[in-house]
Ligand binder design. Sequence first.
Ligand code: DX5
Ligand code: ZN
Length: 219
Amino acid sequence: MKQLSASVMCADLLNMEKAVADLEKAGIDYLHVDIMDGSFVPNITLGFDLINAIKKVSNIPLDIHMMVQQPVRFLDSMHLGTEDIVCVHYESDVHVHRTLEQIRKKGCKTGLALNPQTPVSCVQHLSDYTDMLLIMTVSPGFAGQKMFTGALEKTKQARALLDSSGYAHIPIEVDGNISFENGKNLSKCGADIFVLGTSSLFIPGKDMKQSAEEFRAVL
Ligand code: DX5
Ligand code: ZN
């Protein structure tokens, strides 16, 4: 089943409780929370206090995208449940296998994220430790960018690799410039979870529930 993950950094930061309630009404499956450190990516946005505050007012599972060096340092800063996903970048940690194990030990689901230039083959040795594969369709760090040209082919390759190696159950998430058009094409290539930001869900003046329904309809 295809799922929608709303990019919280694109929501109204001054009205977060209302934004989360609106996303619940829109039937969103996950809240995608981008955590940055100004080093792994040249930006800083949301933080752990916000994650813990959201957990108090919402039951939507969190999909936490860690764009930080050595993410293992921050696992204890988040109070999470069994349905929440902590997704770490392959490129951010020389011991990413150990980090994925630590996330499971904490009782959460794991995600492995790949930057545009990182080949899909690197997931091969980590599939047993990964509950979701995140294919970045832009270089991470900022909303409002353009999808990189190889994104469709890479998603297709990743789906084929997972399916042929006994990991057909691992969903592929795509993040960055997920417009209606890109979402439709990525869905055909095997993407399962769609991170919706400024390209489709957070459009000034447009109702989020309506956008979410329209997005599901094109998948
Ligand atoms: C970075 C973010 C962005 C963004 C997605 O990891 O997740 O990719 O919020 O939204 P747009 O549609 O602006 O790329
Ligand atoms: Zn993200």
